[in-house]
Design a protein around this ligand. Structure first.
Ligand code: SAM
Length: 294
């Protein structure tokens, strides 16, 4: 059966709204007044784990019906929610904790809703990576979120190597049973001196934010098994060129080399500067040095 959007008297389409609602990452007092109102007012709540969310709703005295929307069914069964939305019902999307879609399900449903012309409304709140960054004392003007790293060392090190010379602050989610090996791999790839911070159990009883160079942070976690428990976010300072060295990353040099093989020196340096963001003069000088006979 084809479902068409409900129309009002003027014939204007009147679909429901999909609210993307953040929930607490530990401390229930972080639930916003707006989130509570939305969850109480919508017709249906699409939840990552209905058994988990029902406890949260019970705590706040909300009895809105729940339906499962998790990573295994959201792509195929998102249509169920879209049908309700197009029929005019408001739906809220929640995950087990924090902001949906952030290392959590919801991406396919949000895409489907937008494609169907359903308004998608964010209801912001807790998010572990933002909470950690806000208190880390690491540069926060530019950062990248890498989510969860691969579970095995080889894959993890390969992914870390891709961001070794990334100048922005790096943020990772990690499972507690892998935190030590993750820090060991970070120390191996980024070097033991790189400033880092482990944010554990944010907003909970045993909240710990420990900022140390990677080698010391790894030793701290290794020496205290309590640090290998609970939920954690790892932040690592972005790469800075060692004092006195030219700030041209391996990646920028690779781009320059590729362009130098095809273009005149000046053009290659200018294009490489545009692509990589490195100063043109620096790349020009580097290109000249490369072309000098040994
Ligand atoms: N959607 C969530 C958010 O907005 O942060 C993240 C969900 S992801 C499945 C779960 C991961 O988030 C955990 O493994 C941990 O890395 C991080 N996390 C969630 N709650 C946390 C907390 N209270 N303290 C530290 N890290 C947390």
């Amino acid at each position: 059966m084809q479902v068409r959007a409900v129309t009002d008297v003027a014939g204007v389409s009147k679909t429901g709204k999909l609210y993307v609602v953040a929930t607490p990452i530990g401390n229930l007092d972080d639930m916003s007044a707006r989130a509570l109102k939305v969850l109480a007012d919508v017709s249906l709540i699409a939840a990552e784990d209905t058994r988990h969310s029902v406890r949260l709703l019970q705590h706040f005295g909300i009895d809105t019906p729940l339906a499962a929307c998790h990573e295994h069914n959201e792509r195929d069964e998102g249509g169920r929610f879209i049908t309700r939305l197009l029929a005019g019902d408001d739906v809220a999307l929640v995950s087990d904790a924090g902001t949906p879609l952030i290392s959590d399900p919801g991406y396919h449903l949000v895409r489907q809703a937008r494609a169907a012309g359903v308004p998608v409304v964010p209801v912001p709140g807790a998010c572990a990576l933002i909470a950690a960054l806000s208190a880390a004392g690491l540069p926060s003007d530019r950062f990248i979120f890498e989510g969860f790293l691969p579970a095995k060392t080889a894959g993890r090190k390969a992914r870390l190597a891709q961001v070794r010379e990334e100048p922005r602050t790096l943020i990772f989610y990690e499972a507690p049973h892998r935190i030590l090996e993750c820090l060991e791999d970070m120390e191996a790839v980024f070097g033991g001196d790189r400033p880092a911070l482990l944010a554990r159990e944010i907003t909970k009883t045993f909240e710990t934010l420990k900022g140390l160079p990677l080698a010391e942070l790894r030793a701290f976690v290794q020496g205290d098994s309590n640090q290998q428990r609970g939920e954690c976010v790892v932040l690592v300072a972005g790469w800075t060129a060692p004092e006195g060295e030219q700030a041209v990353s391996v990646e920028a040099q690779r781009v320059l080399d590729l362009l130098l093989a095809e273009l005149p020196l000046k053009r290659a340096a200018a294009l490489a500067a545009e692509i990589t963001g490195v100063r043109k003069n620096l790349l020009y000088q580097l290109a000249l040095d490369k072309q000098k006979p040994e």
